[in-house]
Design a protein around this ligand. Structure first.
Ligand code: BGC
Length: 483
């Protein structure tokens, strides 16, 4: 099996197993963990903080609250754009050290914010680091670990994102009884931020970046520390050169042969957000307060939601290779759609609210379970599987951008929607998107489990090689080149 084929169909177990046996890889895994964790923490922390800060900072209208939540996502879009450039120009390593510093300063700025404008500015600043983490962290790690466990990095990252969200909920709950508590909720994130900056300082440059900068000897030195044999190192250096020489640009993605893959990738990005996942992640305590809970009850129950998210992400990672991506995508989305219908019924009928007061929490739990086994990990996993290696970078960047953009749109409109079309109307709208997602998965999304890149491309009716023709020379998959 070649390196490239081995990348397909590895969902995390392999990565962790190898990391526990290899100290250097463990270091990589820890750095990876901090990046994903901070991404989850900084997006999740706002849910509990909002309950308290809205009074202190005078965030009196839904518009002000929504923007405080969502501005981080605008920062993330900008961060992903800037960091793609910075990772190439200044190196993945330096970009990540900088993002650790941005995390620290952003956490402090949010903790000391005195006004609406200051909190907006600090959340935007934090967003820059989150966008960088979502993009550069998996890229750097995937370039450093052996190809056979590369796919696992993606799922591991998702696990750490959900752990960060859970940690944020626990911190929110733990500080609920303190005065000025929301400042601590934000401020405490400076610790992992600093750990990221310091930890990255001791990590090597990515071998791929070194080769691209003409520093092949340095790249060999780094690879020697992380690979088993000299042949592995030689083969990989050759592959890196091959791929760099034929890498696609964003414009190449519009060519005919790859359109179908792009539709699948962007479709998954869009549906992952428009079923409303982040209204639950960012507004769980608010939704639970709508359902009649007090601040502390709402924060305690949010911790259950966070735990469910982590536990079922682990279930997915363990079983995705056995049962397949489509199975989890379809079953998970069906469960979350039914939960959204249930949530709507709860808010629609006073009789139901009276008879089954726990229904809102139950629906939120089944909703998050459905997401955690399906769209949560499968979107990130599939966009790392369906594109040929030459276009994986730009294609994944485009899909992530759609994902962040819709994340912004949905969280920016949630409170306004609940005020204009009612709470039940809002959840039913998301349920309708869930039904559309199911139709899309059943008709257009192929199974990628146990399939090589060529098979996946054939399933997608793609002719990526033709689409990648550049300057007269055919861009080829390294699998062909080295076969
Ligand atoms: C999504 C995030 C979401 C998280 C929740 C990720 O896959 O991209 O938007 O907050 O899952 O677990």
């Amino acid at each position: 099996m070649t390196a490239e084929t081995a990348e397909v169909g590895n969902t995390g177990g392999g990565f962790l197993r190898e990391a526990f046996h290899n100290k250097r890889l463990l270091g990589v895994a820890l750095i990876a963990a901090i990046g994903g964790f901070l991404f989850g923490y900084d997006t999740g922390v706002i849910g509990g903080a909002m309950l308290f800060m809205k009074k202190d900072l005078g965030l009196s209208t839904p518009g002000m609250q929504q923007l405080t939540v969502a501005i981080l996502l605008l920062g993330a879009v900008a961060g992903a754009l800037i960091s793609g450039y910075a990772a190439d120009k200044f190196s993945r390593r330096r970009t990540k050290i900088t993002s650790g510093c941005v995390y620290v300063t952003g956490a402090l700025a949010a903790a000391f914010a005195q006004s609406y404008w200051e909190i907006l500015a600090s959340r935007f600043w934090l967003g820059l680091a989150v966008g960088t983490a979502s993009f550069v962290a998996p890229m750097y790690i995937a370039e450093l670990v052996p190809p056979r466990i590369r796919g696992g990095v993606v799922s591991f990252n998702q696990l750490m994102i959900t752990s960060g969200i859970l940690a944020a909920y626990i911190v929110d709950w733990g500080f609920a009884g303190f005065s000025n508590n929301w400042r601590w909720m934000f401020g405490i994130a400076m610790i992992p931020g600093a750990a990221l900056a310091v930890g990255m300082y001791f990590m090597p440059f990515s071998p791929r970046w070194l080769v691209e900068k003409g520093r092949e000897d340095d790249a060999r030195r780094v690879l020697h520390r992380y690979r088993d044999s000299d042949e592995d190192v030689d083969r990989e250096i050759e592959e890196i050169k091959e791929v760099s020489a034929s890498e696609a640009s964003v414009r190449d993605l519009l060519k005919k042969g790859v359109r179908r893959m792009l539709i699948v990738g962007i479709g998954l990005a869009v549906f992952q957000q428009i079923v409303g996942i982040n209204t639950v992640i960012y507004y769980a305590p608010t939704i639970l307060k709508f359902a009649g809970q007090h601040n502390t009850g709402a924060l305690t129950q949010s911790v259950f939601i966070g735990c469910t998210n982590v536990v079922f992400t682990i279930v997915a990672i363990l079983l995705l290779d056995k049962l397949g991506r489509r199975f989890f995508l379809v079953t998970g989305t069906a469960i979350l759609t039914a939960s959204l219908v249930g949530l709507g019924i709860f808010f629609e009928s006073a009789g139901v609210r009276h008879a089954v007061p726990w229904l809102a929490l139950a629906c939120l739990l089944t909703y998050i379970m459905g997401f955690a086994v399906g769209l949560g990990p499968v979107f990130w996993l599939m966009i790392s599987e369906i594109f040929p290696i030459q276009m994986r970078g730009p294609a994944m960047a485009v899909c992530s951008m759609f994902n962040w953009g819709l994340n912004f749109a949905i969280s920016y409109t949630f409170l306004t929607l609940t005020n204009t079309i009612t709470k039940q109307g809002t959840f039913w709208l998301y349920a309708f998107f869930g039904v559309c997602a199911l139709v899309f998965f059943l008709t257009l999304v192929p199974e990628t489990k146990d399939r090589s890149l060529e098979q996946i491309q054939a399933d997608l009716g793609a002719d990526a090689d033709a689409a990648l023709t550049r300057g007269g020379s055919e861009a080829r998959d390294p699998e062909h080149v080295h076969a």
